[in-house]
Design a protein around this ligand. Structure first.
Ligand SMILES: CC(C)(COP(=O)(O)OP(=O)(O)OC[C@H]1O[C@@H](n2cnc3c(N)ncnc32)[C@H](O)[C@@H]1OP(=O)(O)O)[C@@H](O)C(=O)NCCC(=O)NCCS
Length: 325
């Protein structure tokens, strides 16, 4: 086994390893361009750990004149846990140290936090740093039904009289809807994250337990949970704190249960419970990060848009609680 510098013939094997190690999930990070750019600048290197002609681990390293950086640390999935990660990272550190670099940094994506323990084992510390970025190449990533550098468009919808609801029968039979009385903050956070994670829901994540508890335990706020086969599959939250208006504050099905017709069923139940409160106006809003069927679904059930507003995307604000590499 030897550690050596990257050679042009390694490209296919290296990119394949990065892909299998799930390091290429951001489609804007073109690994071929990254390799070429790293090697062209004169400040970067790619180290290869080779075993019997196979690339088994990689690390990209570089320095910007102030700090050293390590990227693309990857170990062949079948060879992980055999000290190869330590060897390649140590080799990268040694190179930086030899070049006089006093400190090395690296970034771990929020969705990959389980590797933090690996780096800690190697003596790295979690720094109290907020990592910020801005693209200089004008490239943008489609997110929801917009691009990541665009503002989110929120559509506000209302219903001022109870219409007749479409008849809805889910494709699954084994479901039950229950109101969650005195829901625990922990269970609420689980529901919110399980439903909202694909749609970048963040509002409630920013709240402390006490602030969240004050809302969800308010007598005018009701949370209903949909179970399929005894397992939570979705929820909705009614907010009647501003009667005679009732707001469908949160509504959604968990990704595993989308496609079973549970969305229309849950919305019909939500409307039923909202109108039981005898409001004059029922509200909901949806945005360009939500499921594309949300807006047509609300309209099919009788909601009418009354306002549209542009707001920053969660990753465009300082209190970002999302992983958006
Ligand atoms: C992260 C990765 C490079 C680690 O490489 P590895 O070869 O599996 O790790 P090693 O065997 O060298 O482990 C070194 C030490 O870290 C520990 N360790 C490894 N992974 C760990 C983890 N996820 N959490 C806590 N400790 C971990 C090992 O137990 C070992 O500890 P020891 O000192 O007690 O022996 C590898 O799992 C990988 O390629 N993952 C996919 C790509 C990736 O996420 N890269 C990081 C991008 S930031």
């Amino acid at each position: 086994m030897e550690i050596r510098n990257y050679q042009s013939g390694d490209e296919a094997a290296v990119v394949d390893l990065w892909r299998r190690c799930e390091l290429l999930r951001n489609p804007l990070n073109d690994p071929h361009k990254d390799i070429a750019f790293c090697l062209a600048g004169g400040h970067g290197e790619i180290l290869i750990l080779e075993d019997e002609g196979e690339v088994v681990a990689t690390a990209m390293l570089g320095q910007d004149g102030h700090r050293g950086w390590i990227y693309y640390v990857a170990v062949e999935p079948g060879r992980q846990g055999q000290d190869l990660g330590r060897r390649i990272v140590t080799a990268a550190q040694d190179r930086l140290q030899a070049a006089g670099v006093p400190k090395v940094h690296l970034m771990v994506r929020g969705s990959n936090t389980h590797v933090v323990g690996f780096y800690q084992r190697l003596g790295y510390m979690v720094e109290p740093i907020t990592s910020m970025s801005r693209r200089l190449d004008g490239a943008a990533l489609p997110v929801g039904h917009q691009m990541d550098d665009e503002k989110v468009v929120v559509t506000y919808l209302e219903m001022t009289e109870r219409g007749s609801l479409p008849h809805v029968t889910p494709k699954t039979r084994n479901y039950v809807l229950m109101q969650a009385h005195d829901i625990t903050v922990r269970f609420y956070r689980y529901l919110y994250d399980a439903v909202g994670q694909p749609w970048y829901w963040t509002d409630r994540k920013k709240l402390s337990d006490a602030a969240l508890s004050a809302i969800i335990h308010d007598d005018a706020v009701d949370v209903y949970v949909l179970y399929v086969g005894g397992v939570p599959a979705g929820f909705y939250e009614l907010d009647a704190r501003k009667m005679p208006t009732v707001d469908l504050a949160f509504f959604g099905i968990m990704p595993e249960y989308i496609g079973l017709g549970l969305g229309p069923y849950l919305l019909s139940q939500a409307l039923e419970t909202m109108w039981q409160k005898e409001p004059e106006r029922v509200l909901v809003n949806t945005c360009t990060l939500d499921h594309p069927k949300a807006l047509p679904l609300y309209q099919r059930f009788g909601f009418r848009p009354y306002d549209r507003q542009e707001i920053p995307a969660p990753w465009q604000t300082a209190d970002n609680v999302l992983d958006f590499a």
